[in-house]
Write a protein that binds this ligand. Structure first.
Ligand code: PLP
Ligand code: COI
Length: 339
């Protein structure tokens, strides 16, 4: 293996040595298989190819200062994957299988876990797909559960440096009663065109609004949105937002440092009242936002003094990273140590 430049890793696909797979057939899951192939073979009429029966997850493993490997909140990713499975009528994955698959992938690819202090981590990608054939619009009878992993750096190239985002109204990520609350591929397909346009125009991401009224903030591309107003952490509630595990964790940490937490609809105009705003997610961790530009009105909302992240965002970021890397005690039971 060539030396990996851990400090300059992008957030992207990285070939490692092994992945694991399991097949659902005749109403039950088989044995977990280890594979060193990057390819999968499937029926050309598989429902994941035609009707979007596909859900994925994203979680991370970290190398701590003490050398131990820590996986962050994997039970939450398991619950969300099964929520996605129910949302598009796929077979659910039992906890024992999910747990074993994630641990096996992490252990088998241990040499790809970035060393402590490089600002990188091992990104773990569970995938659940309908592999059985259908031509009528119906759920498959066969499924495949697969987990691969690879080292990654920050999702937004700016890392913890503030990014710019744009509010759009000519595209919606998810319909009000659609699939925005589950992690299925179609939501990401719907975001590709506006995200591409935003990147071309110099923005890190799009800030999507609620599709019913276009009045409230939904989420920040592949991450949730939060704002800090005085001593309050505010984050949108909406049926079409993906419930972020990072956001849920930040809410706990905000309470721990004595802040109030409000989860409620956030009207666009309220952007003018926040002291700090940011995007949060497994891939994004916390991405502080320095400017939000409304594409229609060209009105801008600006944050960050001297292009630096705000004080509270920085505190929350450091606290989260400290738990993930084992520098702060795991008092919430969020960590699985890989033995
Ligand atoms: N929102 C969307 C649309 C996402 O894809 C993600 C990533 O998983 C998030 C939010 C953040 O969720 P989490 O913190 O669980 O990674
Ligand atoms: C994550 O944060 O895990 C994501 O899934 C975001 C993106 C890569 C889809």
């Amino acid at each position: 293996m060539n030396q990996i430049d851990w400090k300059n890793l992008p957030f992207g696909y990285f070939k490692t040595d092994y992945n694991v797979r399991c097949y659902y057939h005749d109403g039950q899951w088989g044995e977990l298989e280890i594979s060193s192939s990057e390819l999968i073979s499937m029926h050309m009429a598989a429902t994941c190819l035609h009707y979007g029966q596909e859900a994925f997850e994203g979680l991370k493993a970290f190398r701590g200062k003490d050398g131990k490997i820590r996986i962050f909140r994997m039970d939450e990713n398991w619950k969300r994957m099964n929520n996605s499975a129910r949302g598009i009528m796929m077979a659910e994955v039992p906890w024992e299988l999910f747990h074993k698959a994630v641990l096996t992938v992490v252990k088998l690819n241990e040499k790809y876990i970035p060393p402590y202090g490089e600002g990188a981590s091992l990104y773990i990608r569970p995938l659940l797909i309908g592999t059985g054939p259908q031509v009528g619009v119906k759920p498959a009878e066969e499924y495949m559960f697969l987990v691969f992993a690879g080292p990654v750096g920050p999702y937004f190239k700016e890392g913890f440096n503030p990014v710019k985002m744009e509010i759009v109204r000519d595209y919606h990520r998810a319909a009000p009663k659609g699939t925005g609350h589950i992690k299925v591929g179609g939501n990401y397909a719907a975001s590709l065109v506006p995200a591409h346009r935003a990147h071309q125009d110099g923005y890190a991401s799009v800030l999507f609004l609620d599709a019913a009224e276009e009045k409230y903030i939904d989420e920040a591309g592949p991450a949730n949105f939060f704002g800090i107003k005085g001593n309050t952490y505010v984050t949108p509630s909406s049926r079409s937002i993906l419930p972020s595990i990072t956001n849920k964790s930040l809410q706990e940490l905000a309470k721990e440092i004595g802040m109030k937490v409000e989860v409620r609809p956030v009207p666009v105009e309220e952007l003018a009242e926040f002291d700090e705003v940011g995007a949060c997610g497994t891939a994004a961790v916390i991405s502080p936002i320095c400017s939000i530009i409304d594409r229609d009105t060209t009105h801008g909302y600006h944050y960050c003094k001297e292009s630096k992240a705000g004080e509270i965002s920085t505190r929350l970021y450091k606290k989260l990273r400290a738990i993930q890397e084992g520098e702060e005690p795991d008092k919430y039971g969020w960590i699985t140590i890989v033995e």
